[in-house]
Structure formats: C-alpha cells, structure tokens
Design a protein around this ligand. Structure first.
Ligand code: FES
Length: 76
C-alpha cells in the first residue's frame, strides 16, 4: 500500500498549533532559558511550546501517558 504521509489513515499529533506552517519548530538559546523551562510534548498546551498542564486532561480523556520535557539547571 502506498503511504504518502498526508492521508494514510494515521492520526495527527498536532491538532491546532500553527497549522498554516509546514513544520512547527521552536529554537531557544540555552543561555536564555534561565533556571528552568517546561516544554509541552502533548501538543495541547495553549502556551505551546510551554506546558500549561493540558496533558493531564488529554491523558484522562484518551488513556495516554504523555507529559512535559523539563530543562533545568543543576543545583550546585
Ligand atoms: Fe502538553 Fe503539558 S500541556 S505536556
């Protein structure tokens, strides 16, 4: 079966964010992150690319188990 990647019957991860873009990419300089940043990996956050806790509802509704990526400075 031919899979074009556009209509192969698989569901999309990104339902709402920047749908007019061919690819959603965010880039941060590590020096600008500060002591801690929490990034969304469920694609449901209203503050994307940051986590706003929307993953909890998504997990409850779907049985999924996704959560954020947390980047933080080591405590010395
Ligand atoms: Fe998406 Fe938290 S809101 S990981």
């Amino acid at each position: 079966r031919y899979l074009s990647g556009k209509s192969n019957g698989k569901s999309k991860v990104n339902q709402t964010i920047s749908k007019d873009s061919a690819k959603v990419v965010h880039s941060f300089d590590i020096e600008d992150i500060g002591s801690k940043a929490v990034f969304c990996r469920c694609w449901r956050s209203k503050k994307f690319p940051y986590c706003d806790g929307a993953h909890t509802k998504h997990n409850e509704e779907t049985g999924d188990n996704v959560g954020p990526l947390i980047i933080k400075k080591k405590e010395l």
